[in-house]
Design a binder for this molecule. Structure first.
Ligand code: PAF
Length: 285
């Protein structure tokens, strides 16, 4: 596996591969790789000639009081995991090479970055779209792989790709979960023993809401949201940030749970802010 740290040399190799007709799959990550990331690599591997994993803790998607400095970093562990998955190239740039002095351009998907997680993290999604647009220029992927765990992120990036006519196939991969239902996340590392035991309540609350809606089609989105909050708050370390039910086409709230909807939530367990969601469609888990 080759490791590139410098955007121009990464881009030169990618352009050369593309000019020889090779396909490139990109799995963008912030490192601290876990089974969820490995699933993205396994999904991509058979479909592309060159598999690239980027590892970059992107400072522009962290708010001023968020966990940028504390965010877990493990270059050597990440390198070994990538090698084990048959990754061809790892892209491991520094903030100074991604955002050199004088950098001024941002990419923003209007409105969608201000709802759901964006309500409490107002600059987050602009940081994500900007860095992913840059990664797409540098790595020249034909396909890019993202987890449905970050559903809002995936929908916003898919909108960006469509709006800016980027020639990248966007592939969403199902959330990987621990055996008790907790969605895998690098932030699970922040949970204390008690918080880790309580955190799977997020999944139980989402499944409960979906079941209630299936049994009673008259139930409203407001009633379902109240149920979800009540279930989560049975765990003493949980503090709900938001629960929303939106259309995946518009990210606007809906009044009833129907096909094409997303129930998305975020909750704090101690200092860890965890997110989870459930999609209401024929392909979701
Ligand atoms: O999902 C992530 O890990 C990040 O938001 C991403 C897409 C790698 C951009 O920094």
């Amino acid at each position: 596996m080759l490791v590139f740290t410098d955007p121009p040399s990464m881009q030169a190799s990618a352009l050369s591969a593309r000019s020889h007709g090779q396909t490139i799959g990109l799995v963008p990550t912030m490192g601290a790789l876990h089974e969820g990331h490995l699933m993205l690599m396994r999904e991509a591997r058979p479909h592309v000639d060159i598999l690239v994993v980027s590892v970059f803790v992107n400072p522009t998607q962290f708010g001023p009081h968020e966990d940028l400095d504390a965010y877990p970093r493990d270059y050597e562990g990440d390198r070994q995991l990538c090698e084990g998955e048959g990754v061809d190239w790892m892209f491991y740039p520094t903030p100074a090479t991604m955002y050199p002095e004088g950098h001024r351009t941002v990419v923003r998907v209007e409105e969608w970055g201000g709802v759901l997680c964006g309500a409490s993290r107002p600059t987050h999604f602009q940081g994500v779209t900007t860095v992913v647009a840059k990664l797409f220029q540098i790595v020249q992927p034909t396909a890019a792989y993202f987890g449905w765990k970050d559903a809002q992120q995936f929908l916003i990036l898919r909108r960006m790709v469509a709006d800016l006519n980027m020639p990248v196939q966007m592939v969403g991969v199902e959330t990987v979960r621990e055996s008790d239902g907790l969605a895998m996340s690098s932030r699970n590392a922040y949970l204390s023993g008690k918080e880790r035991i309580e955190a799977p309540v997020l999944r139980r609350a989402l499944i409960g809401a979906r079941e209630r809606a299936l049994m009673d089609p008259t139930v409203t989105a407001s009633e379902l949201k109240r149920d979800i909050v009540a279930v989560i708050e049975t765990e003493s370390s949980a503090q709900v940030d938001y629960v929303e039910i939106v259309s995946m086409e518009t990210l606007l709230p809906v009044s009833r749970l129907e096909s094409g909807c997303l129930i998305a939530l975020a909750a704090f367990f101690g200092k860890a802010r965890l997110i989870d969601n459930i999609r209401i469609d024929s392909t979701s888990d």
